[in-house]
Design a protein around this ligand. Structure first.
Ligand SMILES: [Fe+2]
Length: 232
């Protein structure tokens, strides 16, 4: 299953996907608030296994990227090569499927030349659901990314938003962006807390760490209430 499932903060549902080397290369599914997995939604319109690492969810839709980094598991098995490669001849696409779809019949694919996303930052609907806005870092050089995948991953991976549920006023961006920082020059390691509403993400707290957190580490923020609910 993806390392980047999306939790609906209102319904408590969790949306996720998995991918594999055999069709369907992508399968979409969700969990109800109690953690029960729903039916699989196989996505056969993905014709080849591309590097699908993250996706996005809006109020009504789930959005899947198809990028020019492709999986080639047989290449590794048969030829001893890398299971991941570049396909500069393909045109990247974004696939939009209704969030509660039972199958892919209403999925629509949009070609997005030059847009190869590995992680999504945010997505939402505008114009009454007629438009979807998606924010994601673009990979500018596929070849460079393949060489330095661990670093690219880390540079866009670690920060995540923590809402201020204690003293916050309920604004969407009222809270903190938290992140691990490693200075390769000095070897310094810190955990930093930034004010999400400040224009330049002012650091409001930082903790010196005794050791380095590896690049590519995937974090998850759990509130006190969520932790307690796990014990019930
Ligand atoms: Fe990731």
């Amino acid at each position: 299953m993806t390392a980047h499932p999306k939790k609906d903060p209102i319904t408590g549902e969790l949306f996720a996907f998995r991918y594999g080397p055999m069709p369907p290369f992508v399968t979409y599914f969700r969990f109800d608030p109690a953690g029960n997995k729903g039916a699989d939604v196989p996505i056969f319109s993905v014709k080849q296994p591309s590097f699908l690492h993250d996706f996005a969810v809006t109020e009504h839709y789930a959005i899947f990227p198809e990028i020019q980094i492709v999986m080639n598991p047989m290449g590794m098995v048969v030829g001893g090569g890398s299971p991941v490669g570049a396909d500069p001849g393909m045109v990247p696409r974004l696939g939009v499927i209704p969030k509660y779809a039972a199958d892919e019949s209403e999925m629509r694919w949009f070609e997005v030349p030059g847009f190869n996303m590995m992680h999504s930052v945010n997505a939402w609907e505008e114009a009454g659901g007629e438009e979807i806005v998606m924010v994601a870092p673009n990979i500018l050089s596929i070849e460079h990314t393949l060489e330095r995948m661990e670093l690219i991953h880390a540079s866009v991976e670690l920060p995540f938003f923590v809402p201020d549920d204690v003293e916050g006023n309920g604004d969407e961006d009222d809270g903190y962006v938290v992140c691990y920082v490693h200075d390769e020059g000095t070897g310094d390691n810190r955990f930093v807390v930034m004010d999400a509403q400040s224009p330049e993400l002012d650091i409001v707290a930082e903790v010196q760490l005794p050791s380095r957190v590896p690049y590519g580490f995937h974090g998850l923020f759990v509130t006190k209430a969520e932790l307690r609910s796990q014990h019930q």
